[in-house]
Design a protein around this ligand. Structure first.
Ligand code: ZN
Length: 429
């Protein structure tokens, strides 16, 4: 008897294991079926698809047993991280991330092998080439979108490679799309966060004056500014990117409030760009009344921001406080309120003032540009990261952008010049 019950228990356990295995398989099939199917199809080359940019320029094509990339080497290199490669080296590339769309996959029937799939991305490969050229060998990221429709028009990451002729030594980070998968010290572009918190929490902000003598002391430590800005309004303090003004605002607002706004403006969390998960940023709450807190409010200390999150933020500012979620696959149908309309309008007008008062309209001929620079100190005696983020206040060309040049030095001189080159092409070509 004992032997029989032992055997039946064993059989029962085996049966349960089989059922458990089947459940795991079904769940994995639902979640990953299209990847397996496309992987199989890519291996056997039985599916056919063409991936193009928004103007029909072929970026990748599979069919008749052949796998090819764009004809033009400049397009291949400028679109490398956007497209990815057949080896799956860029995890966030379209060839790896949009397997479902490329395969025409269906959970029940699998892949309809006879169907030719045409998938058109929202990006304009000409703008990618323009941006890659403007980066001119420096590492960095350039991302431009239409803030009314969410369509991403340009997405370039450097260093890059030509997938048809990959070098024997792959440059540092060439498999990473810095636009969406990296987070950098933001420097002064983070002042937009402290500014938003100040607009919504300090009653007499516009009546105040902010004095800058080149530095100020917090608990025996010195917080330095990039200049000696004298007496300023909040508008002038933003245009001057004055560390004294924004450091003192950070101390007054406190770490909890700034952290709350960094989260609310989407800088600390990751996001979904279609099926791609973007990199989260970071904001550590420093002690009250400390130099670290002042530095955290001006984009230094342990602050980190992904260029994609910055793009979402300036898109919302441009679009009256509502962010239309960016997409690579078409006009977006997802939007949400990121900040109050009145706050967005105020920030937008101050970002316009930055250009007229400080950066110079002649630097961006013909563009109705609103922007904020960042020159983020990265320590170790290395040159700062140059940032330039903003948008065009132009109904015909409603474009938002975020540009970063690693160790590029001045934000205006490095990233600002790239933004201008790409936006001129977007507006005039
Ligand atoms: Zn100053």
């Amino acid at each position: 008897m004992r032997k029989v019950s032992l055997r039946s228990s064993f059989a029962l356990i085996m049966a349960l294991l089989v059922i458990l295995g089947l459940c795991i398989y079904i769940i994995r099939y639902i979640n990953h079926g299209e990847e397996w199917a496309l992987y199989f199809d890519q291996a056997t080359s039985s599916c056919t698809y063409t991936l193009t940019d928004r103007n029909g320029v072929v970026l990748a094509k599979m069919g008749n047993g052949e796998k090819t990339y764009a004809e033009d080497a400049d397009v291949r290199t400028a679109c490398y991280q956007l497209v990815g490669d057949y080896g799956g080296n860029v995890g966030t590339g379209a060839l790896s991330s949009f397997t479902k769309e490329l395969s025409g996959y269906n959970l029940i029937t699998g892949i309809e092998a006879q169907d030719d799939v045409d998938l058109s991305l929202t990006v304009d490969s000409k703008l990618n080439v323009k941006a890659y050229e403007a980066l001119n060998g420096r590492n960095g990221a350039v991302i431009v979108s239409n803030y009314k429709t969410g369509e991403i028009l340009c997405m370039v990451s450097s260093a890059s490679i030509d997938p048809n002729n990959p070098p024997t030594e792959i440059p540092d980070g060439a498999y990473i799309n810095r636009c969406i998968s990296s987070a950098f010290t933001p420097g002064s572009v983070f002042k937009l966060v402290t500014l938003t918190a100040a607009i919504e929490n300090i009653d007499n902000l516009y009546q105040r004056s902010f004095t800058c003598n080149g530095s100020f002391e917090v608990n025996g430590l010195t917080v330095t500014c990039t200049g000696t800005h004298g007496t300023q309004t909040i508008e002038q303090a933003l245009a001057n990117s004055c560390n004294c003004a924004f450091g003192q605002l950070a101390l007054e607002l406190g770490a909890d409030t700034i952290a709350e706004y960094a989260a609310k403006l989407g800088l600390t969390s990751s996001h979904q760009l279609d099926s791609i998960t973007t990199a989260a940023g970071n904001f550590d709450k420093a002690e009250a009344n400390s130099a670290s807190l002042a530095w955290s409010g001006i984009g230094q200390y342990n602050d980190l921001v992904c260029p994609y999150s910055m793009l979402r933020l300036v898109s919302a500012v441009a679009n009256g406080g509502t962010v239309v979620e960016p997409s690579l696959l078409g006009v977006s149908d997802t939007e949400s309120e990121m900040l109050k309309g009145s706050t967005a309008a105020k920030i937008a007008s101050m970002m316009s003032y930055n250009v007229t008062y400080h950066y110079g309209e002649s630097t961006f001929p013909g563009l109705k540009i609103c922007a904020k620079t960042g020159t983020a100190e990265v320590g170790d005696g290395q040159a700062s990261h140059g940032w330039f983020v903003g948008f065009l206040d132009d109904d015909k060309h409603p474009y938002a952008f975020a540009v970063i040049v690693e160790h590029g030095g001045s934000g205006l001189g490095s990233a600002g010049a790239i933004a201008n080159a790409v936006l001129q092409a977007a507006v005039n070509d």
